[in-house]
Design a protein around this ligand. Structure first.
Ligand SMILES: Nc1ncnc2c1ncn2[C@@H]1O[C@H](COP(=O)(O)OP(=O)(O)OP(=O)(O)O)[C@@H](O)[C@H]1O
Ligand SMILES: [Mg+2]
Length: 456
């Protein structure tokens, strides 16, 4: 369908000239000479875009735009002026214009600005319409990769197949596991999660399978493990690549025989648990390096699900940003906030090394730091990642006085990152070099705000 554009200018030749350019481009064009008339026209008719002059007599072009926004009219705006100041340009953008054009306007500049404004307006419209029916969704997104992922998850949720979820950090692996359980026939049964990187190696088996009283020094009483507690439900083994080899052997046996005994016990316990595993390390490589059992990988990976990185589904960014913004506003009891279209564009252009989690963090910061309309500049200021700003060498502090503690933290962060980089993000291997427990390293990274995924 042809886009409909309303040109509002008090000068007849301007209306005529601009209208002609737009008609030649295939748009449907109407013209008005005053803001009052234009407002009436917009109220009674559906336009996609208005191209308005700032100075229009009694009611200015900016006021016209504000009035339309106040009444939530669904129309985009381009503002133009003959001798506009920088201030006017900034004000137009702040109030929601897609662009500010300085007259005289060349046909090329006009065409480009109109195309861009129409694109931005479509984005806004989509956000509004999707907002209405996505609130109950778990996996938000409407890009082709996301639709495929959702379809696959829906289909697999009804089966008992073992699933291995892979994908970069922050892409939504845990969310996929949650959806697999929630959409399954066993959704009323338990859904338990465990992060294999976060349990000390000597406790992994007891955590998964439980222990009998006296099985080891701290085992003062019998404790059921996750396999027992998740009976008939789903057990999500997150960061499965970090599971110690001994526990891998036991897990393999349990998956094969569907029975196990608690640590230190002999009673055989039957288990009916759906196992879903996730990892952001390359398990095939881990198998080659000898840190992951091939037979276990084979068992776990009956059906692989790969969660695509956010940069491959940039289309989803506005929708997710809007979702996170509303959640942050609600959680922090802030006034209503919204993104200026260009701000959404800037978010969409970013490459998101930390994926959806990073987007969520950025939006949460923006919600707290920005005024009611979040502008492009606000977004850009937040998009400097620690990776890009990260240290490549470790200098003495320049012109600042650090306490020993502060300096120690920086040095620690720097060294951890360099080891992680060398080990391609593998926690176990890095922990070995550093001479610490991998659970300690895991916690330390969290404390220092280091995302291991950034250093692959
Ligand atoms: N499609 C989505 N819709 C809504 N929220 C999402 C989506 N994908 C991810 N998120 C949110 O992003 C954050 C990160 O997701 P999640 O924890 O599932 O990622 P992950 O892949 O498990 O990350 P990691 O590898 O770091 O463990 C969560 O807050 C999650 O709710
Ligand atoms: Mg996770």
């Amino acid at each position: 369908m042809k886009a409909r554009i309303l040109v509002v200018d008090d000068e007849k030749n301007v209306r005529f000239a601009l209208g002609k350019v737009l008609e030649d481009q295939g748009y449907e064009v109407a013209t008005e000479e005053s803001a009052e008339e234009a407002f009436r026209r917009i109220s009674g008719d559906a336009f996609d875009l208005a191209l308005v002059d700032i100075r229009l007599g009694a009611l200015s072009g900016l006021r016209l735009m504000e009035k339309c926004k106040e009444e939530s009219k669904s129309i985009g705006f381009l503002v133009m002026s003959g001798n506009g100041s920088l201030q006017e340009a900034a004000e137009s953008i702040r109030k929601g214009a897609a662009e500010f054009l300085q007259k005289p306007i060349s046909p090329e500049a006009l065409t480009l600005a109109v195309e861009k404004a129409l694109r931005l307006r479509n984005l806004e419209k989509e956000v509004v319409s999707l907002r209405q029916n996505q609130s109950s969704e778990i996996l938000v997104g409407k890009s082709a990769p996301m639709n495929r992922l959702r379809d696959l998850v829906q289909r697999l949720a009804g089966t008992k197949a073992k699933i291995l979820i892979t994908g970069e950090s922050g892409t939504g692996k845990e969310l996929v596991a949650t959806a697999l359980h929630r959409w399954s026939p066993i959704s009323s049964k338990p859904f338990l999660k465990v992060n294999c990187a976060a349990i000390p190696s000597e406790l992994v088996e007891s955590e998964l399978f439980g222990h009998e009283r006296g099985a080891f020094t701290q085992a003062h009483q019998m404790r059921k493990g996750l396999f027992e507690l998740a009976h008939e439900g789903t057990l999500f083994l997150d960061e499965i690549g970090e599971l110690p080899l001994a526990a891998q052997a036991k897990l393999l046996r349990v998956l094969q025989s569907q029975e196990f005994s608690r640590v230190g016990g002999s009673q055989v316990i039957k288990t009916e648990v759906r196992v879903i595993a996730a990892t952001n390390v390359n398990l095939e490589r881990a198998v080659k390096e000898g840190s992951f059992r091939e037979d276990l990988l084979f068992r776990l990976n009956v059906v692989p699900i790969e969660v695509p990185p956010l940069r491959e589904r940039a289309e989803d960014v506005p929708l997710l940003a809007d979702l996170f913004l509303r959640a942050a506003v609600k959680e922090n009891q802030l006034n209503q906030k919204s993104f200026e279209p260009r701000a959404l564009g800037a978010l969409q252009d970013f490459h998101w090394p930390g994926n959806v989690r990073e987007l969520k963090n950025v939006v949460e910061r923006l919600a707290i730091l920005s005024e009611s309309i979040i502008e492009e500049g606000d977004v850009r200021a937040q998009l400097r990642t620690p990776k890009e700003a990260g240290p490549l060498s470790f200098p003495l502090p320049q012109g600042e006085e650090l306490t020993l503690e502060e300096y120690r933290k920086r040095a620690e962060r720097f060294y951890l990152i360099s080891v992680l980089k060398k080990e391609k993000g593998n926690i176990s291997a890095s922990a070995k070099i550093l001479g610490v427990e991998r659970t300690y390293l895991h916690r330390k990274l969290q404390d220092l705000g280091v995302n291991k995924r950034d250093y692959f």
